[in-house]
Design a protein around this ligand. Structure first.
Ligand SMILES: [Zn+2]
Length: 241
């Protein structure tokens, strides 16, 4: 299995990201953020890796439930991993703890002959340096199988995750089982950003659609600028559950 990203794909992805950033999209995200009553005070870098590496990162950080280091080979040969690496994906990283967890996993694999260990170790120390310099990260996983297409909404989605974290709206911190509310809110905001929020109703992925519709219903009739109050009210409700 290959863990390095294909050079050509890396360059194509970089180009698309540059176009996204040049088009004034971060400014647009900032204005939606402020319109909702949230603060926009983030600073981020985008790291591009192979899909394989990104999903190993996700696995070791506990993104697939309990990451048992002894089961890593099973995970790499399993259908979940096989399906996941076929698609382009993103992950917002704002906390050193997430990266440290991956590093602990890697330290157990130090003497194994897994090819990804040195590459992932390198990535992790890179990420730690950035996080220590108060930069958040958007990790982009590029698939070997998929053609590179503009992925603007995905970028907006990940940036909104960072904004929400920075505004201390992290349902996952109340309980891991509420992480769908974080996901739903980032999806909802990315559809507001794209200018067609009703398209949420057409999202094919069941989990994503339900999570986004939750917020769509809650925020639809809220007066502009008061969204943050509603979000905080819901946050408190879940916090007290
Ligand atoms: Zn997300």
């Amino acid at each position: 299995m290959k863990f390095e990203i294909d050079k050509k794909k890396l360059n194509e992805t970089k180009k698309l990201i540059n176009i996204f950033l040049r088009k004034g999209n971060t400014e647009k995200i900032k204005s939606i953020t402020e319109k909702f009553g949230l603060k926009y005070n983030i600073n981020f870098d985008i790291e591009i890796v192979s899909s394989e590496l990104k999903y190993i990162f996700n696995y070791l950080s506990g993104g697939f439930g309990n990451a048992d280091i002894k089961c890593i080979d099973e995970f790499l040969n399993g259908s979940r991993f096989g399906k996941a690496i076929k698609h382009f994906s993103g992950r917002a990283i704002y906390d050193k703890k997430i990266v440290k967890k991956v590093m602990v996993g890697l330290s157990y694999l130090e003497n194994s002959n897994s090819d990804f260990v040195p590459i992932l170790k390198n990535l992790c120390s890179n990420l730690i340096t950035k996080l220590e310099n108060r930069k958040s990260i958007i990790l982009i996983g590029v698939s070997r199988d998929e053609e590179i297409m503009p992925f603007d909404r995905l970028l907006a989605h990940e940036i909104f995750h960072l904004v929400l974290f920075d505004n201390k709206i992290v349902f996952e911190k109340i309980n891991k089982k509420y992480s769908y509310l974080d996901e739903g809110l980032a999806i909802f905001l990315s559809y507001v950003w794209s200018g067609n929020v009703k398209k949420i109703l057409e999202i094919k992925n069941n989990f994503d659609r339900k999570a986004a519709i939750f917020w769509y219903k809650k925020l639809l009739l809220v007066q502009s600028g008061k969204e943050i109050d509603k979000i905080k009210e819901i946050y408190m409700q879940y916090n007290d559950k």
